[in-house]
Design a protein around this ligand. Structure first.
Ligand code: APR
Ligand code: ZN
Ligand code: ZN
Length: 366
């Protein structure tokens, strides 16, 4: 066991605290990782606001990169000294999804078995099974994905959650590729990552939609060919018009990604999609939301598919090393997602700035 500094949420709505926690030595199937960088994500804030569950205290942080310090006795997939990005999809290899060759949908992903605790022994609930606003954290070894060790931790750690969700929504779930048009509604961290994913795939045009002009500027930097300020114009009409400029007769974009998580924007995505196109919902709705009055004949008549994307339907072992290589080659600008580097005592202030919408990601660097 060792003691390290970490950021916890002790009670619903209370400011986060920097405390000392106990990290057990790794047992079978586990690894202790020395965290080098961890991004501040909306999900961390949702945990602290009680929006995920009531299992306080939470050990926050989950978009992280670091160095494996120690592994349990039977661990062979990673070794001390490996540079890894942490993931929350350590696949089991044995559930129905894994057995049918679709481990990206694994129904039985796992985390560390032992618990990290407060100094008084109170068990911590690590955010998304990771908990990386900490000098060191205990995870399942399968949550450690080895990537190019020369990559910048603050940038590649972001692949651990939101950036992967967006890139994967475009490429893995939406099937973006050259010859297809893509529209992204909502250009926060997840949405602009979807724009970047669409750009990587060769899709064109790439239409970014947001109600905030600043977000549209960032989307342009990451590969949007067109932008639509939906506080000013009808985004459905605008997307149709732009898509038809490239593909005459198109009645919308081939792939429309909803990255807000609201019924009205999902409905815009639904109607901004070309016949036989694909809608991808990557924004996360709250349980009280529903889509009112969607004529079933429109669902039938437009064909195509309505999908959701969990974690970008990623397979970390396949996608993280590949995306890190593209980053290293200068083909994927992960640095653009790092608005600022902060210290571990700056998480609460970073939550504040997130509210104002001025940052894509604040990244804690340790
Ligand atoms: N139309 C278009 N864009 C909108 C609208 C709207 N009606 N309402 C909000 N937006 C934009 C915001 O201006 C912002 O740029 O959606 C973006 C949301 O971005 P963030 O709040 O930064 O959230 P992000 O981290 O990108 O996550 C988006 O995915 O993972 C989920 O829980 C997450 O539901 C959230 C979504
Ligand atoms: Zn499985
Ligand atoms: Zn996240």
């Amino acid at each position: 066991m060792q003691q390290v500094k970490a950021v916890i949420a002790r009670a619903k709505g209370a400011p986060v605290e920097l405390v000392t926690i106990n990290v057990p030595d790794p047992g079978p199937g586990e690894a202790v990782v020395q965290v080098q960088a961890c991004g501040v994500c909306h999900t961390d804030l949702h945990y602290r606001e009680g929006g995920i569950n009531d299992e306080f205290p939470f050990l926050l942080g989950h978009e992280a990169a670091g160095i494996v310090e120690a592994v349990g006795p039977d661990v062979t997939d990673v070794a001390p000294g490996d540079f890894v990005v942490l993931n929350w999809r350590a696949v089991c290899g044995d559930c129905r999804a894994c057995n049918r060759g679709e481990p990206q949908y694994c129904f039985a992903t796992f985390n560390a078995t032992q618990k990290m605790t407060l100094e008084d022994g109170t068990e911590l609930s690590p955010a998304l099974g990771i908990g990386a606003f900490a000098e060191k954290t205990l995870v399942a070894s399968g949550q450690c994905t080895k990537v190019d060790p020369s990559a910048r931790p603050a940038a590649v750690g972001l692949l651990g959650c939101g950036v992967m969700a967006g890139i994967g929504a475009a490429i893995n779930t939406g099937g973006a590729t050259r010859g297809r048009s893509v529209a992204v509604i909502g250009c926060g961290g997840v949405g602009v990552a979807a724009v970047a994913g669409a750009a990587l795939s060769g899709a064109s045009p790439i239409i970014a939609v947001d109600i905030d002009a600043k977000k549209l500027e960032t989307a342009k930097r990451l590969g949007a060919t067109h932008t639509v300020d939906s506080s000013k114009v009808d985004p459905v009409e605008a997307i149709k018009e732009i898509a038809a400029q490239t593909y005459p007769g198109a009645e919308g974009a081939d792939i429309v990604i909803e990255a807000v998580g609201r019924p009205e924007t999902w409905k815009q995505a639904f109607y901004a999609r070309d016949l036989a196109g694909t809608v991808v919902l990557v924004g996360v709705p709250t349980p009280d939301m529903s889509v009112p009055e969607l004529p079933l004949i429109d669902v039938f008549g437009r064909g195509g598919s309505l999908k959701s994307s969990w974690y970008g339907d990623c397979l970390p072992s396949r996608d993280f090393p590949m995306l890190v290589d593209l980053y290293q080659q200068g083909r994927l600008d992960l640095d653009a997602f790092v608005t600022e580097e902060i210290t571990i005592d700056g998480v609460e202030a970073a939550f504040e700035r997130m509210h104002h919408g001025d940052v894509l990601r604040s990244v804690v660097v340790l």
